[in-house]
Each structure stands twice: as structure tokens, then as C-alpha cells.
Design a protein around this ligand. Structure first.
Ligand SMILES: Nc1ncnc2c1ncn2[C@@H]1O[C@H](COP(=O)(O)OP(=O)(O)OP(=O)(O)O)[C@@H](O)[C@H]1O
Ligand SMILES: [Mg+2]
Length: 349
């Protein structure tokens, strides 16, 4: 009996030690992850680390979250990370792209409908709110939703009670809402793309993902990550990026953000038959009109033309012939434009 007790306590000690070792190992893994990224998110600049902090903090609550940032910055990935860090990770994550569904259909997609509610409603159907019950509903591109439906959505978000289209039975759900937009929310409100009251309801916590050109230090780790991903996927032995190619990646402005970088690396892996990504595989040009695209939104066509011509002139150190060639217009057009801009005081010789 004494022997058995002794064995048992030895076993306990060993088990404790094992548990301790496991915790240390787990911490190490977590730290390694932290220095590289967070969950599915890669990047270790301060801007991204702040986002990881917000995700970690907000995940444990049921608060609504508004994720915004330019196209391709990772809004959907951040939304997923919030869900999978939460206590509801085993419950559904349902997303709906408000830009892809016509205004008329969106309401029944969100709230469901009863049989015969409208022409074509042949069967009763649950909406995304019901499907997401207990989990997370991602309202992607919320600023593309019509203002009337935004008002209805706001009412539902007060109590999480609603009726299916054509229904009389009130349905109650418990859903965390994450909404995304690629507009700046304040601008979206000004342009009447987003109702202010809905904004305040959604914006309990907000995550603003910076564009890639403002966190260029993340480019090498992201590029390495995509390189590994696609060389495994395509079963290729491409495992490095040449210094010159990396320089190009760092100097480019990435108007399409991380999605564009991912596509560039995928294409480089497909086209490559050497072990390293070279400049010739990249096919990137820092064309000024492409670079400045995000800064052009809201300008008139005339202002855009002026901006592009002046930028291209600067790029060519004032050389009109090269500017005309680059913009595929006659040199006369360029001369005339310059004369006009000088008159307006836009160019000073
Ligand atoms: N930090 C990141 N780490 C790894 N992959 C990323 C990161 N950010 C974005 N991606 C990848 O880039 C692509 C675009 O990301 P995502 O769809 O989340 O962007 P988005 O902001 O929702 O874009 P859009 O506004 O066009 O809908 C995806 O393939 C995603 O996996
Ligand atoms: Mg998206």
C-alpha cells in the first residue's frame, strides 16, 4: 500500500512537471507567434501590434466592432481573428457582403423569409442573423447597404429581435456583429453612405488597419510568408527573394495593399523556375497614377488629370517628351497643359 502511495505521488510530481513544461512550451510558441504575427495575421510593426492588442481585448466580449481600412488591408482576416479568439469560436462565423447582394434581396438574406413572402419565396428560409446565432455575423462593406435597410438594421441591433420577411413570429438571437468598410467612417457619414446613428451602434470598438505603404517594415515578413505558402501550394522550390527584388517590393506603394502583395508573390512563384524570386518575376512599376490612386478619390476628372501630369513631370525631372511618352499623349498636349497650369499658378518655372 505504502509502495502504491509512493508511486502515486511520484506520478503526481511527474505530471506536474510535464504540465509545467507544457506551459513553458506554450508560452514560447505564443511569444514566437507574437514576434511574427497573431493567429492568421502576419506583421510585427507597431501598427499591427496595436491591432493584435485590440483583437485580444475585444474578442472576450460580445461588443460590436467596426473594422475599416483600404481595400486589401486584411479587414476580413481581422474579423475572423476576433471570432476565433473569442469564447464563441466553436459557434458559427457567418459573413454577408452587402455590396454583392441587391438591395431587394439583402433584407431577406439578413432576416430570412417565410414561404410565399414574395414572388419566388417558395420555401421558408432562415437569414444570416439566425444562422449566426451564438456566434459572429460579419456585415462586410456595410457602407454599401442602402440607408433604409441601415435604419432597419439599427432597430434590430438595439434588441436583437426581428421578424422574418413576411413573418409574424418574433425571433430573438444572440449574435456578435462585426462590420467593415473601406471608407473612412467619418467620410462615409458625410457622403451619406453610412447612417451616423448606425455608426455609433457599430463603433463600440473600432479597428483601423493602416495601408501597407504605411507599414513597409511588414513587407519582408509578409513576402516570406506568401512565398512559403505558394511554393508549398504549387509544389515549387522557390525559397528566397533576391536583394534587388526585395528593394522593389519595399519601394512600391501597394495601392492594393496586402492582397496585391500576395498576388505578386503568387505570380512570381508560378512563373519561376529558379530557387529565388528575381526582379524579372515581379512585373511591378511604380506608375504614378497607380500609386496615387487612393489620393484621387473625390477629385474631379480635371483635377485628377492635373495631378497625374504634374506627378509624371516630376518623376521625369521636367522632361516633357518622356512625360508625354509615359502618359501616351502628344507632346503638344503636355505643353498646352503646362502653359495652363503655369497660368493657374500650379507650376512655377
Ligand atoms: N496581415 C496579414 N497577414 C497575412 N495575410 C494577410 C494579411 N492581411 C491581408 N492578408 C491577405 O490578403 C488578402 C486580402 O485580405 P482581406 O480579404 O482580409 O482584405 P479586405 O480588407 O477585407 O479587402 P477588401 O476591402 O477588398 O474586401 C487575403 O488573402 C488575406 O489572407
Ligand atoms: Mg473584405
Amino acid at each position: 500500500m505504502a509502495k502504491l502511495t509512493e508511486l502515486f505521488s511520484e506520478f503526481n510530481v511527474a505530471a506536474e512537471r510535464l504540465e509545467g513544461a507544457y506551459k513553458v512550451l506554450q508560452e514560447k510558441v505564443e511569444r514566437a507567434n507574437l514576434s511574427y504575427g497573431f493567429g492568421p495575421l502576419v506583421g510585427r510593426t507597431d501598427g499591427m501590434k496595436e491591432i493584435y492588442e485590440i483583437i485580444r481585448a475585444v474578442a472576450k466580449s460580445r461588443a460590436s466592432v467596426l473594422v475599416y481600412g483600404e481595400s486589401g488591408t486584411g479587414k476580413e482576416l481581422v474579423s475572423r481573428a476576433i471570432h476565433y479568439e473569442s469564447n464563441c469560436k466553436d459557434k458559427p462565423f457567418i459573413s454577408i457582403n452587402c455590396a454583392a447582394i441587391s438591395e431587394g434581396l439583402l433584407e431577406s438574406e439578413l432576416f430570412g423569409h417565410e414561404k410565399g413572402a414574395f414572388t419566388g419565396a417558395l420555401e421558408k428560409r432562415k437569414g444570416k442573423f439566425e444562422l449566426a446565432n451564438g456566434g459572429t455575423l460579419l456585415l462586410d462593406e456595410i457602407s454599401e447597404m442602402g440607408l433604409m435597410l441601415q435604419a432597419k438594421l439599427l432597430r434590430v441591433l438595439q434588441e436583437f429581435r426581428f421578424f422574418r420577411v413576411g413573418g409574424s413570429e418574433e425571433i430573438k438571437v444572440d449574435v456578435r456583429i462585426i462590420a467593415t468598410t473601406n471608407l473612412n467612417p467619418k467620410e462615409a457619414i458625410e457622403k451619406q453612405k453610412l447612417r451616423e446613428d448606425l455608426f455609433y451602434r457599430l463603433n463600440v470598438v473600432s479597428v483601423n488597419i493602416p495601408p501597407l505603404r504605411e507599414r513597409k517594415e511588414d513587407i519582408p515578413v509578409l513576402a516570406a510568408y506568401f512565398l512559403r505558402k505558394y511554393s508549398t501550394f504549387y509544389n515549387k522550390q522557390v525559397n528566397s527573394i533576391s536583394t534587388d527584388a526585395l528593394k522593389i517590393l519595399l519601394n512600391y506603394n501597394w495601392p492594393g495593399n496586402v492582397r496585391e502583395l500576395e498576388n505578386v508573390i503568387e505570380r512570381a512563384v508560378i512563373l519561376n523556375s529558379s530557387p529565388s524570386v528575381l526582379t524579372s518575376h515581379l512585373n511591378l512599376s511604380n506608375n504614378s497614377s497607380e500609386v496615387q490612386l487612393n489620393g484621387l478619390i473625390g477629385l474631379s476628372l480635371e483635377e485628377i488629370e492635373k495631378k497625374v501630369i504634374i506627378e509624371t513631370l516630376k518623376k521625369n525631372n521636367g522632361n516633357r517628351t518622356n512625360t508625354a511618352k509615359m502618359l501616351k499623349v502628344s507632346i503638344r498636349t503636355i505643353r498646352e497643359k503646362i502653359r495652363q497650369y503655369k497660368k493657374d499658378g500650379e507650376i512655377i518655372d
